[in-house]
Design a protein around this ligand. Structure first.
Ligand SMILES: Cc1ncc(COP(=O)(O)O)c(C=O)c1O
Length: 535
């Protein structure tokens, strides 16, 4: 065998043995509500274990982001974002993309689709001549919201927060460079049930403190906002809160859903204290599905009806369409015209328009090609289908159960888009071994097995070391995330991945730690770092 470390040689032999076994039968045989129409051939076989060991160690330096995707014959569970397999209906829409520089045809269709998906409150078309395929007529409905297209979620966030700070009375000082997470030094605070990391970093970089107020107490809706803490914050410092955010589902909190009751209660509170409420809407359809399945009174409502009701509560929302838009690229930001936000910041939309023209392009395409807009339209129609959602959420659940059945410590109940493996429980909590970053070693060995997972733990969240949260068992986050791309894998693929995880779990004492050869002190270090296995 090539000159791999002894521990790696051991696992190469083990992975070979594993794929030689006949797979355990799946416990569930529910047909998928779709069939394959296109496939991607793989550039390497599952048997090419030494090849992947070589690439992982010598080329990717054990960093999952640097491992070439075409050498992953198993499940690529790095992210559920932008990794969707588009439907053939979406592919057909690509041909209808209108690549005009201004006011392409899809732009108006997207505006219409936004109100179809999120409700009349978000009707965002100017009065205009309209053609419905057979008749031309003048549509004179009043525009109720402004909708801005971006190339992805974080560019919408960046534009939003950087435009917002220009409208605030006290100008926040940019804080990113100082790595300052001391709340007392920030004038403004934007609370959320769980800011996603790019949202958190964009808020922080704009000089505002991002506060997370998740309430995990409701087992059905562990993504909820902690309403008591929110009220306390608004009571004590409401004038320093430019807006409140609710993220559905709560990605940072494990993809856990937020109940309609919680959303409405948050709305009442923000109204009481005269503070706008925004939604981070990336997984709006998955959240609506959980509401339908778990919240009394919604059993017979459609996903679209539930979504409309949820979005009645917001003054604006931003979205990465790379999740529940079922597309590989795209984002958006909606601002309601009569909402509290527009009242407080009347110049905001004009300033945002300027930003968009300077950074993304003309507002009618906002960083997307005309064809991307058409695929998005179609994706928004598909994502609210109940059959699709039942299979999607069910698949995540079945994968989680397969891990659980193999004794692997996973976060339960399972979220909508990912299963999280608790590394402290996996390895047996041992604070003294933190600097060995065994979550990184585990994901590196999984690459060799042919599957990709992502450490979202004590290496990725370096802020935990800065804030001291790493020492607080309540706040410490040390997970490896298995995010399931939409419409990409069959249950059988995921079971193969579960088997490889189980193999490593059963021999966890043999998993070596890693040295960090580059990037320990870099910002966003998990994207950049190089590692090697310890001897
Ligand atoms: C909740 C949430 N908000 C925002 C984003 C950022 O979106 P994007 O990756 O399109 O920039 C993500 C991405 O994963 C997310 O999960």
């Amino acid at each position: 065998m090539a000159d791999f470390p002894k521990s790696v040689q051991h696992f190469i032999a083990e992975f070979k043995e594993l794929i030689g076994r006949s797979p355990s039968p799946a416990t569930s045989y529910i047909p998928r509500p779709y069939r394959n129409a296109v496939i991607r051939a793989r550039d390497c076989e599952i048997e090419d274990i030494e090849l992947r060991a070589d690439i992982a160690i010598n080329q990717a330096k054990l960093n999952v982001f640097k491992f070439p995707a075409n050498y992953l014959p198993g499940c690529d569970l790095l992210s559920d974002s932008g990794t969707t397999t588009m439907t053939i209906q979406q592919w057909s829409q690509l041909l209808l993309g209108d690549e005009a520089y201004g006011s392409n045809e899809g732009y108006f269709k997207l505006q219409q689709q936004i109100s179809n998906t999120f409700g009349e409150r978000w009707y965002c078309k100017e009065k205009q001549l309209t053609y419905d395929g057979s008749t031309r007529y003048f549509d004179d409905r009043e525009k109720r919201a402004d909708f801005f297209i971006f190339h992805q979620g974080r560019s919408a966030e960046f534009a939003f927060f950087n435009t917002l700070i220009r409208s605030l009375d006290v100008k926040p000082a940019a804080s990113k460079a100082s790595n300052n997470w001391d709340r007392s030094e920030f004038h403004y605070i934007i609370p959320s049930n769980g800011h996603f990391d790019t949202t958190e970093d964009n808020i922080h970089a704009a000089g505002i403190f991002p506060e997370n107020l998740q309430d995990k107490s409701d087992i059905n809706f562990r993504g909820n906002m902690d309403l008591d803490r929110l009220e306390q914050l608004l009571f004590e410092a409401g004038d320093r809160v430019p807006l409140v955010y609710i993220t559905i589902t709560n990605n940072t909190g494990g993809g856990q859903p937020v109940s309609m009751a919680n959303l409405k209660a948050a709305r009442l509170l923000t109204e009481k204290y005269d503070v706008p409420l925004f939604i981070d809407a990336c997984r709006f359809a998955e959240n609506a599905f959980f509401i339908k399945r778990r919240e009394a009174g919604y059993e017979s409502r459609t996903i679209t009806e539930i979504t409309h009701e949820a979005f009645e509560n917001a003054d604006g929302f931003h979205i990465s369409f790379k999740k529940d838009g079922l597309v590989n690229i795209g984002g958006g930001l909606a601002i309601h015209r009569d909402g509290l936000f527009s009242e407080k910041y009347p110049d905001f939309t004009e300033a945002l328009n300027d930003h968009q023209i300077l950074v993304e392009g003309h507002p009618t395409y906002g960083g997307l090609a005309g064809r991307d807009i058409m695929a998005l339209l179609e994706g928004l129609r598909t994502v609210v289908r109940e059959g699709y959602l039942a299979h999607r959420i069910g698949q995540v659940e079945r994968f989680g159960e397969a891990l659980e059945a193999r004794g692997i410590p996973v976060m339960t109940p399972f979220g909508g888009h990912a299963v999280y493996i608790d590394m402290d429980q996996f390895f047996g909590f041992d604070r003294s071994r933190d600097p060995e970053f065994r979550g990184i070693s585990f994901t590196a060995l999984m690459l060799i097995a042919g599957h990709r997972l992502c450490e979202l733990g004590i290496f990725a969240f370096d802020k935990q070391w800065v804030t001291g949260d790493i020492d607080d068992p309540e706040k410490r986050v040390n997970n490896v995330r298995c995010a399931i791309p939409r419409l990409a894998y069959e249950d059988q693929d995921l079971l193969a991945c579960a088997e490889a995880i189980a193999l490593l779990y059963n021999q966890r004492d043999r998993i070596p730690g890693v040295n960090v050869d580059f990037g320990l002190d870099k910002t966003l270090r998990h994207f950049k770092a190089d590692f090697s296995f310890r001897k």
